[in-house]
Design a binder for this molecule. Structure first.
Ligand SMILES: [Zn+2]
Length: 137
């Protein structure tokens, strides 16, 4: 299961970050999700709750930060961000209700476009608590 391995990687990153920074609790995790990342939020939340216990990181709040679609033209170099449509893009989940992805550059009309970071799924931030005696640093 794809989401299960994602949940484990996130928990692992949390564990490592907590160890590296001496965090005693992890309160909040922010995940950056590209507009074309194939991640099912509900499934991942459910699995992460389970996995987090095993990794001993408690029950942090998980925030999904959905990123805009970035369109970059390989011919003229223009780059612009498009807010993801409410129903998502057609290309993920074979979603017939979604909007089609752009096929041309807005500025020059070239079809040599790419979507940098569209499939990204990263841990963007981890917030936690450090022990009181270290708080003054
Ligand atoms: Zn262009």
């Amino acid at each position: 299961m794809h989401e299960y391995s994602l949940a484990c990687s996130i928990a692992e990153i949390c564990r490592e970050t907590a160890d590296a920074h001496g965090l005693i609790t992890i309160e909040r995790i922010v995940l950056a999700v590209g507009p074309l990342a194939v991640v099912h939020e509900e499934t991942l939340r459910f699995l992460f709750d389970e996995v987090a216990q095993e990794y001993g990181i408690g029950r942090p709040e998980v925030v999904f930060s959905y990123q805009p679609l970035s369109v970059r033209c390989r011919r003229c170099g223009s780059e612009k961000a498009i807010e993801p449509p409410e129903l998502g893009f057609r290309e993920i989940w074979h979603n017939p209700e979604g909007a089609p992805l752009p096929t041309r550059c807005d500025s020059c009309g070239a079809t040599e476009i790419e979507f940098p970071g569209a499939s990204r799924f990263d841990v963007e931030g981890i917030e936690g608590e450090i022990p009181d005696d270290a708080a003054g640093d």
